[in-house]
Design a protein around this ligand. Structure first.
Ligand code: FAD
Length: 362
């Protein structure tokens, strides 16, 4: 039975999996290269607790989001908050699907919404509007929660350099574990699927007035979404947020770290022009505060698939995260792997023969 488990990465996935495994009685160590949890993609995103409205073209993602949302508010009720007015609007001309089809897909997926004729801000060129009960993730509170919950299991400022797998153990920089979970979103060991890394830029904007969350769907569109600070929002755009598409995390980091003031200004112009087409008063409400930079890991060709996958290679489990609401699906699959040991009494990470051969070699 695997007792001592190493997790690399203290993003949402590493923290949730680590916290769940601790509750189950496992001896867990979580290695994180930064000096706080949720420092990379988990702390630099749109902070949307999805319900499935973003994914009319991907059934599995929609269903995982819908179910993950419910589980998230049950497990972490204090780590998100409601949004008073959360709008999904389908433009008449630029959307890939029409409003009636969009509504039909959400209804048939069991995702609840309210249809309205107008909202608190003027909009134009819109075919229809829904109000959805999505929430905002509270990242600073989540950091404090996981730091406290994980305690000594969290080894911050520790960058993992070397993994060695033997039939009997997996060694993380020379320390022995029964099992390793790579929760680095493909940065440490890669993932056994065709994928690429996408450096991204969202923009932080400030407003003095309350503004609704507005998401234009479906296709190469744009959204403005609140953060945990009531006066700060993020602006995101499907065509303008990506900064490139590269094969390695190093190349993605080089692009992210090379962003200039000029590029930020250019992106602000492009993104605010795009959203002003539908929200004509947008610029009167907001002023640019600065960029938010991150790196996304995406599967090649799996169009719009943002669901979560877990892969096992011997004693190593790799997590391909979907969205934050899909943390539960990763954990479910890890529990299935661990339960297989209990049910059969066998060690699924290496046969008896492998152990014997390894033992003779030393
Ligand atoms: C622009 C953008 C917008 C997004 N918007 C949303 C949204 O609104 N809602 C949503 O649900 N999802 C959103 N996502 C997706 C979401 O951010 C990710 O699915 C999620 O954060 C991935 O979590 P993770 O724990 O797998 O990875 P990460 O948060 O990237 O965590 C991986 C951790 O591994 C650590 N690490 C890497 N290598 C090593 C090493 N060698 N040693 C030690 N530590 C290491 C890193 O420092 C990092 O802390 C967005 C993503 C981006 C980029």
């Amino acid at each position: 039975m695997a007792q001592k488990i190493a997790i690399v990465g203290a993003g949402w996935y590493g923290c949730h999996i680590g916290s769940s495994l601790k509750s189950l009685g496992f001896d867990v160590v979580i290695f994180e290269q930064h000096d706080r949890p949720l420092h990379e993609a988990s702390g630099n995103n749109q902070f949307r607790l999805h319900l499935g409205f973003h994914y009319p073209r991907h059934h599995r993602t929609r269903i995982q989001s819908r179910d993950g949302f419910m589980r998230f508010i049950e497990r972490y009720p204090q780590l998100s908050r409601e949004i008073p007015e959360n709008i999904y609007a389908v433009p008449r001309e630029d959307s890939l699907i029409d409003f009636q089809t969009y509504k039909l897909i959400m209804t048939s997926s069991g995702i609840d919404f309210r249809e309205v004729r107008e909202c608190s801000v003027p909009m134009r060129g819109i075919d229809g509007i829904l109000i959805a009960a999505e929430r905002v993730l509270l990242i600073e509170r989540a950091r404090r929660y996981f730091e406290q919950r994980l305690g000594d299991s969290l080894r911050l400022s520790t960058r993992v350099q070397k993994i060695e797998q033997t039939p009997a153990s997996v060694d993380v920089d020379g320390e022995r574990f029964d099992l390793l979970i790579d929760a680095t979103w493909g940065h440490l060991l890669g993932l056994p699927l065709k994928m690429f890394y996408e450096p991204t830029m969202l923009l932080y904007l400030e407003t003095q007035d309350p503004f609704p969350a507005v998401t234009l769907v479906d296709g190469p569109l744009t959204s403005v979404y609140p953060t945990e600070d009531p006066n700060i929002y993020t602006l995101s755009s499907v065509p303008h947020t990506p900064l490139g598409r590269v094969d390695s995390p190093e190349a993605a980091r080089a692009i992210r770290d090379g962003v200039t003031e000029e590029l930020v200004e250019q992106k602000y112009k492009l993104m605010s022009d795009q959203i002003s087409k539908y929200l004509p008063d947008f610029r009167d409400h907001f002023r640019l505060l600065g960029p938010q930079l991150a790196i996304k890991t995406k599967p090649v060709g799996a169009f719009d698939d943002r669901s979560c996958y877990v892969y096992r290679r011997g004693r190593t489990i790799s997590v391909m995260s979907g969205k934050i609401d899909t943390i539960f699906f990763a954990m479910e699959q890890i529990v299935n792997i661990l339960a297989a040991v209990d049910n059969t009494g066998d060690d699924p990470f290496g046969s008896a023969l492998r152990h014997e051969i390894a033992a003779r070699r030393v």
